[in-house]
Every structure is written in C-alpha cells, then in structure tokens.
Design a protein around this ligand. Structure first.
Ligand SMILES: [Zn+2]
Length: 284
C-alpha cells in the first residue's frame, strides 16, 4: 500500500531543549541547519546563510527538531512572493520525499497557529512566542497559550460485506469516501464516531476500532481513522453534510480504491487516511 502523507517525520523534536537559548542558537548557526520559510499556503527551503545575515529579531524561528543526520530544522514566517510552493499540490505531485513532507506539515500547522494568535484570547494584549515556537505568552495577564491540534474522526462503517461511503458536493465527480467529522469537547473517540455517522447518515454503529492516525496540516487537524460496525442499514441522509451516501460491496470498494470501477466512481487517494481506513475495513 502506498504510504499516507505526513506520517513519516524523521525528526527528534528534542522538546527538553526548547527553553535552552544557548543550545538553540548553536543549532541555528550550525553548518547543516535547515530553514523552511512559509507564508499562508506557500513554502520554500532556504540554505542557512541568507537567514543568518538578516537583522536579529526580524523573524521568530520555530525549532522543529533534529533529523537522522543530526541536522537541525527551523521554520519561520515571511513572504517571498513568486518563490513559494503550496503544500497541498506539493503533496499531490509526489515530488517531495515523504519524510520532508512530514516536516513541512509540522511547520505549517505551527506557523499557521502563530500567524493567528498574535493577541491574547484572555485579555487582548499582544503575545510573545516562547519555547522555540511551542508556546505564546501574554506579558499582561501572564496566560500561556499552546498550539492546538483538532481531532477529526474518519471511519469506514461496515455492515456484513458492505461499506458505507458518502460524498460531499464539493468533491470531484464520482468520488466517494469515508464519513468524517470533528470531535466535540467531552466526547470519547467512540462516541464521536457514533454521533457523526448517525448525524450524517442515520446509521447506528456499535463496536468501533481504532486503525491509524494522520496529521493533516490544513491547518492543524489530526485525522483519527476507525472501523465501525453498523447495527442498522437504512440510510437517512443529512443533505447539508453529504450529497449522497450508499452501501458499496467490498468488491466495489476494492475497484474504487484502485481507480478501476467500471462506473467511473472512485475512493480517496493513497496519501489520505480514508484510503488506508477503507482498505483496513476490507481486510479484517
Ligand atoms: Zn493576556
């Protein structure tokens, strides 16, 4: 099976060094340091030298970790119009190795959070980056703010030898995929799976099994992949969420995953966890 995107980071995040200014500074000036520049959806890799010649304090640098060759990786936010590539098409083009793509995901989620959290949610005062990018501190009310990760449950719902797939209006024609939705506060994974499936399709699910997870940096989700066993099979569609939902035979889903279904319908790409979760549901 082709590998999911964003799950292959080679970095040791070295979290216990994030408050060590001397150590961080020695890493930044190291010969083999890597720098990722990002702005909005755009990114580019830079050699270390041009960065270090910039005026001090011009950028807030995030320390991402050190790779398997002991080289440190940093990310910062600054525009470089015309010289940046967007992460999503980069992922889809398969031109960047999975390891590097996973580092980009970490950088993008963190920088996106910093770009939108310049002011304290508690008192409105300007906040300051600290802990090498893993905290923002409010000097006025002393509140610490931490980067967020938003869990999304995504599930293959199984009934005998059929799987329930849905389709959203915005998707490419013929595309069907696993049902998904954001977890809500106070829910277990199992409860979120059952609630989302019932809300979107009217199907009641019983047993839920965890399969795998995938960071999804648009901007900061964690996709939690599950297989759920259906206890009913009469679909009642919520057409605000889904345009269609249907039961497909295992044989149909196999053809859809391989892009070989005679009706031209297809399922998610191998870089998405939906592909992995549907495949897992066929194999049990
Ligand atoms: Zn504050």
């Amino acid at each position: 099976m082709a590998k999911m995107a964003f799950v292959s980071s080679p970095l040791d995040r070295m979290a216990n060094h994030r408050t060590n200014a001397a150590w961080l500074s020695s890493q930044m000036t190291s010969e083999n340091a890597n720098f990722i520049q990002m702005f909005g959806d755009g990114l580019r890799m830079l050699a270390n030298k041009p960065i270090l010649n910039r005026p001090a304090g011009q950028h807030d640098f995030i320390f991402l970790g050190t790779d398997d060759k002991n080289a440190p990786w940093f990310a910062f936010s600054a525009n470089a119009e015309g010289e940046m590539q967007a992460l999503r098409p980069l992922m889809m083009s398969h031109t960047m190795p999975q390891e590097k793509l996973s580092i980009m995901a970490q950088a993008r989620s963190l920088l996106h959070w910093h770009e939108r959290h310049g002011f304290c949610a508690n008192c409105g005062h300007q906040t300051e980056m600290s802990d090498a990018g893993y905290r923002r501190h409010c000097p006025s009310c002393k509140t610490d703010h931490f980067p967020r990760t938003d869990p999304v449950v995504i599930m293959a719902v199984r009934h005998g030898d059929r799987l329930l797939l849905g389709r959203q209006k915005a998707w490419a024609p013929g595309m069907y995929s696993a049902v998904a939705g954001f977890m809500e506060p106070g829910e277990t994974l199992e409860q979120a799976v059952a609630r989302e499936v019932k809300e979107e399709t009217g199907i009641i699910v019983g047993k839920v099994s965890y399969v795998a997870s995938q960071p999804w940096p648009f901007p900061s989700s964690l996709m939690v992949g599950c297989v759920a066993e259906a206890e009913s099979d009469a679909i009642s569609l919520d057409d605000k969420e889904l345009e269609a939902a249907r039961w497909f035979s295992f044989d149909d889903v196999r053809l859809m995953l391989n892009g070989k279904h005679p009706d031209g319908i297809h399922a998610s790409h191998p870089w998405a966890i939906a592909h992995y979760v549907l495949t897992a549901a066929l194999e049990v």
